[in-house]
Ligand binder design. Structure first.
Ligand code: NAI
Length: 682
């Protein structure tokens, strides 16, 4: 874990915990012991600390965060560094993050490699630096700079760190040699040894931390950690021991609060989507892509593929549609150029050499993978797959971007259902991270592995889903939209429901979602529910198709939206016809009902084997549906609320509508036998 080397009157300590020198218990223990051993050695005048492998240390071992950490804790380690009688120089190389950077900050001098990335990303998992990072960075760089560092969680480079006063100098070279040199410089006084937490605090920038607090309130009003991080930075004005104690207290508040558990869960959910039965299989080579349909989705998918370096052949019906598709792709790529993500030269190459457009499917004969993104119409899709079976080369993957249609029926149109898969992108497809990989009854394992390999290439977060109406995401979405419709028919207004959901952190409330997807689409895909049959039908007749027509549940003018006041009488007429008792709802009842509906359907999706594990459902909602990350996803939330409470809610709501509210079997069994959904993720 920790290697000591003696070099005359100086020594080095190398952290050796591959792959990233995570600060596991064993590493912490080894480091504290090494410091005390070298401090006791009268021949050693200074110590250089560095990491074996790619960097000093990427921080805490998050897998140890489930259980209470064992002593020595990270603050004990930074304390041991800071109070070591023999001065310590830290070499900051590679990724030096979180607890890794806190160790560096506690050292008596810091030398960074020019390519080092230094940061305190704890807020991303709902925590704050708790081993002195807030206090020491504030003492070295000032309150403002420290606040930015800890609330953004974004790493900075060595040059910026030098500018801020966080490090003493930048040196090139091998970390082991840098460590010896830095220790020698400390020993002979060439580089001064300083106690970071005793440095005089730089005079306040105008307004102190007010600007940082205001910016956090605006950017992430729902998150506790950034607010506490600023409180911890503010504590740097206190005497050292009080300051460090205050930071630790705030760290433990975060650790014990619900948000860090949810955010840590989200962190692992994102990574465990790759755990699928097909993970070890070799994918087929994909060197070129065909896209059929260049509308909203086809253009976005083509853009994503081009950006990943895959040449694309796009097939549309007619020259006008092809022009529109090319214009959309061009706009998407120009956006990437404006944001500095793509060079002009590369953009020209992608649109020139890498993009071909065509009106005939036969031009897809040589591509390795074809994604169909035509209208959501089974007849049209079946026809296309029948033709593709004749045209596509042997071994080509045939994918559909259908949002909800039965993939097995589509695959049955071909003589090669083993090569057919669903690749369900989300709009805008070149931006949204989620990709549902829909595995049909006859999809070959190798085809699934290829879907995941493509996702990796496109930098998507793939979630393996089975075939059912709406797969994982839309099946659950439709169900909770129906719950929202029901609230409307009982007296809540669309704006009230949306405000309640947005008030707990949802990107969009359910009616704003319907406006975005299109009221006509909602009528077509959710036909049969009370609102689709009544209200939305009438909205569509009036041309209120949602955002695309400028009116729906809301009126849209540019980026501004306001309530569509003309909707109220239409809604009243529907309510009168249906005749449900009318009442008012507290925001908490609105959110409880919608979240409970979401959880119920999510549990059934799991029971039906449509999702492999609960965290996959959470990943779908976090990365495709704007579910608030600090709530962790519907399945994590189910564990937080608990089976007892959820079943009580279902029983209460069922008094209104027993057809809609019924108990998922596994919740009852959890109540009787214990357990949590989280147990099924392992
Ligand atoms: P769209 O209406 O914007 O585009 C469909 C395009 O397909 C049109 O440009 C049309 O000209 C073209 N097309 C129709 N028949 C064709 C044929 N035989 N050959 C070549 N091109 C043909 O529709 P959108 O929204 O792009 O949806 C496409 C598919 O993606 C649907 O299956 C939809 O359910 C699915 N989807 C849509 C999402 C969305 O947010 N819009 C999200 C995820 C999936």
């Amino acid at each position: 874990m920790v290697d000591i080397e003696l070099h005359g009157d100086v020594a080095t300590i190398a952290l050796n915990n591959p792959p990233v020198n995570a600060m596991s218990h064993a590493l912490r223990q080894g480091l504290v012991a090494a410091l005390s051993e070298l401090d006791a050695n009268p021949d050693i005048n200074a110590i250089g600390l560095y990491g074996i492998g790619p960097g000093l240390s990427a921080g805490a071992d998050i897998s140890e965060m489930d259980a209470p950490q064992k002593s020595p804790l990270p603050p004990d380690v930074t304390h041991a560094i800071e109070t070591c009688g023999t001065p310590v120089a830290a070499i900051l190389h590679g990724n030096v993050l979180g607890g890794g950077f806190e160790m560096g900050l506690a050292a008596h001098a810091r030398v960074a490699h020019p390519k080092a990335k230094l940061g305190l990303p704890e807020v991303n998992i709902g925590l704050i630096p708790g081993a002195g990072g807030c206090i020491r960075s504030a003492r070295l760089a000032g309150l403002d700079a420290a606040a930015t560092l800890v609330t953004s969680g974004r790493p900075i480079d060595a040059a910026r760190a030098l500018e801020l006063g966080l490090i003493d100098r930048i040196d090139e070279g091998d970390p082991a040699a840098m460590a010896v040199q830095a220790a020698r410089d400390l020993a002979d006084g060439t580089m001064p040894a300083r106690i970071s937490s005793d440095q005089p605090l730089a005079p306040d920038a105008a307004g102190g931390l007010d600007a940082a607090r205001a910016s956090i309130a605006a950017r992430s009003p729902f998150l506790d950690a950034p607010k506490r991080a600023i409180d911890a930075v503010a504590a740097a004005t206190l005497p050292r021991n009080e300051a460090l104690a205050r930071e630790q207290a705030l760290f433990f508040e975060c650790l014990k609060g619900p948000q860090s558990a949810a955010l840590i869960h989200a962190f692992f959910a994102e990574r465990s989507v790759w755990k699928i039965p097909e993970a070890k299989l070799a994918p087929r080579d994909i060197a070129s892509i065909g896209v059929i349909g260049g509308g909203t989705m086809g253009s976005g998918i083509a853009t994503a593929a081009l950006l990943s370096g895959l040449p694309v052949t796009l097939v549309e019906q007619g020259a006008d549609a092809l022009d529109r598709a090319k214009a959309t792709i061009t706009r998407n790529l120009d956006g990437a150029v404006t944001r500095g993500k793509l060079s002009q030269e590369r953009r020209d190459h992608l649109l020139g050499a890498d993009l071909s457009i065509s009106e005939t499917l036969a031009d897809l004969a040589t591509v390795d993978l074809i994604i169909e993104a035509v209208f959501e119409d089974m007849g049209v899709k079946k026809q296309i797959f029948t033709q593709l079976d004749q045209i596509a080369k042997d071994g080509a993957i045939l994918a559909s971007n259908t949002s909800a249609l039965n993939l097995d029926d589509i695959a049955a149109m071909t003589g090669r259902p083993q090569d057919v898969i669903g690749l369900h992108f989300f709009s805008p497809a070149h931006v949204m991270k989620l990709l549902e990989v829909v595995v049909g009854a006859r999809t070959a394992p190798e085809t699934t592995a290829t879907g995941f390999a493509l996702a990796k290439r496109l930098r998507k977060i793939p979630v393996r889903a089975g075939v059912c109406d709406g797969f994982i995401g839309n099946r659950i979405l439709y169900h909770y939209l129906n719950a929202a419709d029901d609230l409307l028919l009982r007296g809540a207004s669309p704006a009230q429901v949306d405000a309640a959901m947005e008030g707990i952190g949802f990107a969009l409330g359910p009616f704003a979602v319907n406006d975005l997807a299109g009221i006509d689409i909602s009528v077509a895909t959710r036909a049969g529910t009370a609102t689709a049959a009544g209200l939305e039908q009438r909205m569509a007749e009036r041309g209120w198709l949602g955002r695309k027509s400028g009116a729906g549940y809301y009126l849209y003018e540019g980026r501004k939206k306001q309530v569509n006041a003309d909707l109220a009488p239409v809604l009243d007429a529907v309510r009168a016809e249906i005749g449900l008792p009318q009442r008012s709802f507290e925001p908490s009842e609105l959110t409880d009902r919608i979240l409970t509906a979401m959880i119920c359907e999510a549990v059934r999706v799991l029971e039906d084997g449509i999702a492999l594990k609960p965290s996959d459902i959470d990943a779908v909602f976090l990365f495709g549906y704007g579910f608030p990350r600090h709530l962790g996803g519907p399945m994590h939330l189910a564990d937080v609320i608990g089976a007892t409470e959820i079943l009580q809610r279902i029983a209460a709501y069922a008094e209104d509508d027993p057809g809609f509210w019924h108990e998922p079997k596994s919740l009852r069994s959890m109540l009787e036998h214990g357990g949590r959904f989280a147990d099924l993720n392992r």
